[in-house]
Write a protein that binds this ligand. Structure first.
Ligand SMILES: *[C@@H]1O[C@H](CO)[C@@H](O)[C@H](O)[C@H]1NC(C)=O
Ligand SMILES: *[C@@H]1O[C@H](CO)[C@@H](O)[C@H](O)[C@H]1NC(C)=O
Ligand SMILES: *[C@@H]1O[C@H](CO)[C@@H](O)[C@H](O)[C@H]1NC(C)=O
Ligand SMILES: *[C@@H]1O[C@H](CO)[C@@H](O)[C@H](O)[C@H]1NC(C)=O
Ligand SMILES: *[C@@H]1O[C@H](CO)[C@@H](O)[C@H](O)[C@H]1NC(C)=O
Length: 823
């Protein structure tokens, strides 16, 4: 019965293959060949046995009839034996035939899938090919050889022509002629050398720890020296013949020839020159934890005096103004003891050149808007920061009209100018640390040199040198929602540092005036990076990376990202602490989520290593070892994050995939905002502000337990936000999400966006959620109150609307589909 045995074992092998059909895709045509081979062998062996047995049964049949008529017992026994064999073979044969049938059916089903899978494979191969092409193009474009600048292309005109005069404001100096760009290559970054003299000056101390400082004077672009009365700049060691590439910080010098050095002083100047900067230099040192306490809060506004002037000048015009104010019931305060803290505006009279910068600084410090009576005054760094946002400049010709002008300024403008004034102080002018950084960045900007990269935090892998856990493959659960939400594309990181040079032109205004945190180092991603016009996706030369949506809704919509930006992906960042099984389930739910780039799990159990295996999904899950168990870890700009879009998620949140994708699409249009699900707000009861999570028609926060945010906010939160806030988050073990909402609203002055109708989010099976207990809420009230004090105002902004997908709840003609089935 050899054939039979073969049949059995052959069939069971085939079925084994079928049982493991889940790996069919990978094995592809190899198995097909094997299968066809096996089937062929099977059928031939079956045929053989049929033939043999047919022959045998014939013989048996003849012997059978022979038995009836013969007396030969031995023959009869043999016949019985034969019949038994015949019967058994017959049954075997029919089971085998059934099995074969079944196998054939399965084969057919599988064969049908092959072209699909081959198609998919081809698609993927095509995409890889495409990506390679794009990468090559990009590389080609970027691999331009860089040469050190040598001489200016042509000598600068010496003529005294109309333009020649204007360009040489400070004793005929111009950057192109009198600065040696040959020492400043764009590839090495901006470096400066600091002379030792005046090392007790606060600015000197800050410059000496500036990251761009080098000790070797021969390798730098700029040499910085402090000079005071009695010092001759030309005595400086590396001055050479004319002091090129020097920056002199002048502390009360008189009649000094600065030659070709750039000079920073504190006097008033009237002519703009790249060789001269003026600012108030006598600033205090930086107090990391308490800097915010030096400024006055924005509210209550409560300023009784419209205009103040601190000084003992007695001009007839001032008397006129005092009278005019008296007539209309406005208070003014012109005296040497004037209380600027009580005044909306402070008059800056440019009579005394050496106190000009101090007067402006003092006004800003107490939240009074400087009114500068001089059309030509050059203000500190005003080629970069826009002083019109925080002060008013009025010609002295208009002094008689001043009262009229000031009366017209509405409250919202006043508050905004005061708010911005404080931002400029806190970030550019108000203490030695920010002033020194601003100084270096301003010069760098003038020279057109990109800075070093923003310092991303190096992540520490959790698993014994590896970020990825040993993984367990789980059987994919049958999917409840089999809505197609988007293609699973190969991992693609958001390209970094695309705007190194346009940061200094196209984005310069926005960066300096709206995101002061992003000017001192080159940002990998800009949240405000501009849109492309519709139509770029139609042209070969511009459509790289675009995934336009074909005409239609529903299916067409779900197949591509569309929008006015190239395709991109997002990273999920989760902080986890002591909820391994909850985390495991959350990870499992992310399987096959389209547009996901990777999942980063920050392991906050500092004293416990994780279990050794975690679910396997279609993208890498990277575990990062936290240094401390801190909620601030949620917002560390780890170097492992390689997309602009970040979905910040609690480890216990149960979001549906369609919700996530809808959210991602909305975020792509509003990248400067927090876009997500759980909406909260702050409300006043009696004298106090309270955190509130009740259902409401007006909200001001989206909790970062389930929200999209831009990568650049991680840097803002971790490296620039007032340090006291992070320290309170650690102390209270709470409120990092509120802090992030404060920060983003503070920077971009836009409320967050709530997406879809989902209101509560915590998973019902989790018992140990933080927010259950009462103290959690008490802390959150305190956070809102304290953060408001630190910012000097409550930056949160209210909104009364939420975003749903376009055809949500719209009645559609029968041949149309919704954008999403449920959201
Ligand atoms: C007021 O004027 C006198 C004389 O010019 C001067 O000595 C004094 O310093 C001035 N006071 C203030 C506060 O400017
Ligand atoms: C100018 O201001 C400085 C500093 O406030 C002061 O010492 C000086 O006396 C003032 N000069 C005049 C002419 O008012
Ligand atoms: C942009 O700047 C960053 C940070 O300095 C640097 O790493 C990157 O190579 C630069 N890219 C280009 C294209 O200059
Ligand atoms: C990492 O783990 C493997 C097995 O778990 C072990 O053999 C190896 O020694 C470990 N390496 C280090 C550097 O701890
Ligand atoms: C929230 O709503 C509940 C009942 O609806 C109410 O008792 C509670 O005071 C509300 N809390 C706040 C902070 O508004």
């Amino acid at each position: 019965m050899n054939g039979n045995a073969l049949l059995e074992s052959g069939a069971s092998d085939v079925f084994a293959i079928f049982r493991r059909r889940s790996c069919w895709i990978g094995l592809g045509t190899g198995i097909l060949t094997l299968f066809v081979g096996v089937t062929f062998f099977l059928s031939s062996s079956i045929e053989n046995s049929v033939l043999q047995r047919g022959f045998a049964s014939k013989q048996a049949g003849s012997k059978d009839s022979f038995c009836h008529h013969s007396m030969w017992g031995y023959g009869c026994q043999r016949v019985d034996e034969m019949r038994r064999i015949f019967d058994s073979v017959k049954t075997e044969l029919s089971t085998a035939a059934e099995k074969l049938d079944e196998a054939n059916r399965e084969l057919e089903a599988v064969t049908k899938e092959i072209p699909n899978k081959q198609q998919e494979l081809q698609d993927i191969e095509r995409r890889i090919e495409e990506a390679r092409r794009v990468l090559k193009e990009v590389n080609d474009k970027h691999n331009v050889r860089v040469f050190l600048p040598r001489e200016p292309l042509w000598p600068v005109e010496k003529s005294e022509g109309a333009f020649g005069e204007e360009r040489k404001i400070r004793r005929g100096l111009s950057l192109d002629e009198d600065f040696d760009f040959g020492r400043c290559s764009i590839t090495t970054g901006f470096r400066f050398f600091l002379y030792d003299a005046h090392s007790d000056h606060l600015l000197h101390q800050e410059l000496s720890v500036h990251p761009n400082r080098l000790k070797d004077a021969k390798k730098v672009c700029l040499l910085v020296a402090f000079v005071s009365k009695g010092h001759r700049p030309s005595d400086l060691q590396f001055w050479k013949k004319d002091g090129r590439n020097h920056l002199l910080i002048a502390l009360g010098t008189e009649n000094v020839d600065f030659q070709k050095a750039i000079v920073l002083g504190d006097e008033m100047i009237h002519s703009r020159s790249p060789f001269h900067i003026s600012a108030f230099l006598d600033v205090p040192g930086f107090d990391k934890m308490n800097d915010w306490q030096r400024y006055v809060p924005l509210l209550p506004h409560n300023r009784k005096v419209l205009l103040a002037y601190k000084g003992n000048l007695t001009l007839p015009e001032l008397e006129d103004l005092r009278k005019s104010a008296g007539n209309s019931g406005d208070a003014v305060d012109f005296s040497p003891e004037a209380d600027l803290k009580n005044a909306v505006f402070t008059l800056i009279l440019p009579m005394n050149s050496s106190s000009f910068q101090r007067n402006i600084y003092e006004a800003l410090l107490v939240g009074s808007i400087p009114v500068i009576l001089d059309s030509d005054a050059v203000l500190p760094f005003d080629d970069l920061i826009d002083w019109r946002l925080i002060s008013m400049k009025i010609s002295k010709w208009r002094f008689s009209e001043l009262h009229f002008i000031l009366r017209t300024v509405p409250l919202n403008d006043i508050l905004e100018m005061r708010r911005m004034g404080r931002i400029f102080l806190e970030n550019y002018l108000g203490n030695a640390q920010v002033l020194s950084r601003t100084l270096i960045s301003a010069i760098r900007w003038r020279l057109g040199l990109p800075s070093d990269s923003l310092k991303l935090q190096e992540a520490i892998p959790l698993f014994n040198g590896s970020f990825q856990a040993p993984q367990i493959a789980m059987e994919p659960k049958p999917r409840m929602e089999d809505e197609f939400l988007g293609p699973i594309e190969a991992p693609s990181d958001s390209p970094m540092f695309l705007h190194n040079f346009t940061s200094m032109s196209l984005y310069s205004y926005d960066l300096w005036n709206k995101n002061p945190y992003a000017v001192h180092s080159t940002m990998p991603y800009l949240a405000n990076n501009v849109l492309m016009p519709s139509g770029v996706e139609f042209h070969e030369d511009t459509n790289t990376g675009f995934r336009p949506i074909s005409p239609g809704s529903g299916k067409e919509f779900s197949e591509a990202l569309g929008g006015n930006r190239p395709k991109e992906q997002f990273t999920i960042v989760m902080v986890t602490h002591n909820r391994d099984s909850v985390l495991s389930a959350s990870l499992e739910r992310l399987r096959d989520l389209p547009y996901l780039n990777k999942v980063i799990v920050v392991w906050n159990n500092v004293d416990r290593d994780p279990p050794s295996s975690w679910p396997r999904i279609h993208v890498p899950i990277e575990f990062i070892r936290a240094k401390t168990n801190s909620l601030n870890n949620r917002f560390i700009p780890y170097d492992r994050i390689q997309t602009e879009a970040i979905l910040s998620m609690d480890d216990d949140i149960d979001l549906r995939k369609d919700e996530i994708i809808a959210n991602f699409r909305v975020w792509r249009e509003e990248r400067q905002r927090i876009v997500g699900f759980p909406a909260r707000y702050q409300a006043r009861f009696g004298e106090n502000i309270f955190y509130n999570s009740n259902h409401t028609c007006q909200y001001s926060m989206i909790l970062t337990g389930a929200a999209f945010i831009h990568q650049s906010y991680l840097d803002a939160y971790t490296n620039h936000m007032q340090a006291i806030i992070r320290s309170k988050v650690d102390e209270w073990m709470n409120c990092e999400d509120i802090a992030m909402n404060f920060l983003v609203s503070h920077l971009y002055r836009k409320p967050p966006i709530k997406v879809t109708s989902k209101w509560t989010l915590r998973c019902p099976t989790c018992t140990e959620t933080l927010s259950n207990d009462e103290s959690h809420f008490t802390e959150r009230h305190n956070c809102i109150r304290f953060f408001t004090e630190v910012y000097g105002y409550d930056p949160l902004l209210f909104t009364q609307s939420r975003t749903d997908s376009v055809l949500f709840k719209t009645r559609l003609p029968p041949d149309h589909q919704k954008c999403f089935k449920y959201v």
